[in-house]
Design a protein around this ligand. Sequence first.
Ligand SMILES: Nc1ncnc2c1ncn2[C@@H]1O[C@H](COP(=O)(O)OP(=O)(O)OP(=O)(O)O)[C@@H](O)[C@H]1O
Length: 300
Amino acid sequence: MSEETAMRMNEPDALFNARRQTGPVILDLRHISLSFGGVKALTDISFDVREHEIRAIIGPNGAGKSSMLNVINGVYRPQQGEIVLRGAHRRNMDCHAAAKAGIARTFQNIALFKGMTVLDNVMTGRNLKMTSNFLLQALWWGPARREEIAHRRKAEEIIDFLEICHIRKTPVGRLPYGLQKRVELARALAAEPEILLLDEPMAGMNVEEKQDMCRFILDVNDQFGTTIVLIEHDMGVVMDISDRVVVLDYGRKIGDGTPEEVRNNQDVIDAYLGSEARVSEGMPSAGRAPGGSPEGRHGH
Ligand SMILES: Nc1ncnc2c1ncn2[C@@H]1O[C@H](COP(=O)(O)OP(=O)(O)OP(=O)(O)O)[C@@H](O)[C@H]1O
């Protein structure tokens, strides 16, 4: 954990945001609409993501957040719209193309191989980077052997970075939930993504686990320069670590801007709390369920 990140976690928003440097737009979602039969999951959604940014997608349950991530990494194909990734225009993505283009993701429900060790799970994240053919790999011979050693070294580096060395040989199914979420992050990082999509990385975690995950996300962003798009229900976390926030409700975009702008957006306040309530310190506390269990802006 870098000292700088630890310090940032305790800084007031304004100072934190003033020090952030984000680059040009690398991902541009334009007029995305997606339906499942009669269900409109996304309606005419446009927003962009800047290089090195931490971009949050928030909204009440069923707002379309996971669908949006699935459009970005090619699991879902929108009926309308366009995706511009580093200037390349695409009608839609496919999973393989997204992975090749440097997009990795974690899932709302942990998707790891429970019987395999932490190290082996993280190694699966290196698959796309492996170039030697199956026969050489099976014989563990020549270039395949050197390649495997290099991949293993990279996996170990990431394991070290996320401070899970002590469990590297433990089968994932035996680990507590918070650590499994960290292993999932490690596997996504093993692909050395340029853009990392995190679907509720802190769901189901206690305060301490959330604090750890928050710091790891900031460190990944800091030290690897990874652009991060995350869905998160804990508004304290979102308001603290995001550069910009896009807000969805019933598949439509109702807000987009800095945490401060979104916090003061009346449509957002209404969607979370009902028109008479106010957002206090960016924290939803009632209304249509945002999910999660927010516990205060600097409470993670
Ligand atoms: N594969 C699918 N088939 C049919 N309907 C779907 C599918 N995926 C999502 N939907 C519908 O699309 C809408 C948006 O769902 P989505 O999961 O994207 O919302 P969300 O904001 O991620 O919700 P949550 O916070 O509960 O995860 C919902 O009405 C959902 O039922």
